[in-house]
Design a protein around this ligand. Structure first.
Ligand code: GDP
Length: 299
């Protein structure tokens, strides 16, 4: 919680200051509530959530005299309420052998790190895991994934730089099948020559997987960098179209995160949030806790 709170400190100090300034007056009128809505939208929480919070504050003002403290509490509660339905652990189906998790997202969002951390977590739980280095475009990405595979004792499948990613995924699935692995996690490229090329490659990977197992990929996890703010919403749509995103991981909530965007994405797309990243280390991938997030966002 401490790191999440620190990471969201930019957002929370803006919100807290704004709320304290707004709710000092004797009378809370419509203008105060409009200002509160603006403040929440500026914090990237999204229009629907902002309206929801304002409605809750509006209701409460008839019951008691509201000060900044109690308004912040309402914000935390309403944010947690928006996030509760989407807080769902990553739970690959046990019946699928292997269960396939495709991990997508733009370069630098934290895909490889997240895969490493997931591999570590599930290995500790006793699962047999195969990691496929589907970002065949970047030698560094393959190397980095190998380090995580070695560390977590996962089976590692890679090909030479520039190899066809879908062919690599095919091989990795065969390997996972032969080894009777529980879980195949597929890393993917976040940037090719252009966006159309990237999307075509992801489509091909999904096509190949479906031939191997009509239900694969069982999970399609989009990794979002919390520092990118509004861009994250566009990424949900772009990757959703080709990879049928089934869940989200938001990373870098320890930095100068614009964490409000997680709330906007949850409200808009209703996609499960499996984990949040609060650092670069092995223990820095945490299950998503809506109450803690709500409290952290108002400091
Ligand atoms: P990829 O290109 O999507 O595979 O991204 P990487 O996994 O290589 O991560 C890009 C950079 O972000 C690396 O330097 C990671 O250590 C860093 N990173 C990933 N997750 C987090 C996080 O939760 N917090 C912080 N501060 N850094 C992270």
């Amino acid at each position: 919680f401490a790191r999440l709170k620190a990471g969201l400190s930019k957002t929370s100090s803006q919100l807290t200051r704004g709320i304290q300034e707004l709710f000092t007056k004797e009378k809370i009128d419509a203008a105060t509530l409009d200002d509160l809505e603006d403040l929440l939208i500026q914090a990237d929480l999204g229009v629907s959530t902002a309206e929801r919070v304002v409605a809750a504050v509006g209701r409460a003002r008839h019951e008691r005299n509201l000060d900044g403290e109690s308004v912040r509490k309402i914000v935390a509660e309403e944010v947690a309420r928006v996030l509760e339905p989407v807080a769902r652990p990553f739970d690959p189906p046990e019946s699928a052998r292997p269960a396939v998790a495709l991990v997508v997202g733009v370069n630098g969002s934290g895909k490889t790190t997240t895969i490493g951390k997931i591999a570590e977590t599930f290995r500790t739980a006793g699962l047999k895991i195969v990691l496929a280095a589907g970002d065949t475009f970047r030698a560094a990405a393959v190397e980095q994934l190998k380090v995580w595979a070695d560390r977590s004792g996962a089976i590692f499948v890679a090909k030479e730089t520039g190899a066809d990613a879908a062919a690599l995924v095919y091989e990795a699935w065969q390997k996972a099948k032969a080894e009777d692995a529980d879980l195949l996690i597929v890393d993917t490229a976040g940037r090719l020559q252009n966006k159309a090329g990237l999307m075509a490659e992801l489509e091909k990977i999904v096509r190949v997987l479906k031939k191997l197992d009509p239900d694969a990929p069982h999970d399609s996890i989009l990794v979002l960098d919390a520092t990118t703010g509004q861009n994250a919403l566009g990424q949900v749509e772009a990757f959703g179209k080709v990879a049928g995103v089934t869940g989200l991981v938001m990373t870098k909530l320890d930095g100068t995160a614009r964490g409000g965007i997680l709330v906007a994405a949850a409200e808009k797309y209703k996609l499960p949030v499996h984990f949040i990243g609060v650092g670069e280390g092995l223990d820095d991938l945490e299950p998503f806790d809506p109450d803690a997030f709500g409290r952290a966002i108002v400091g």
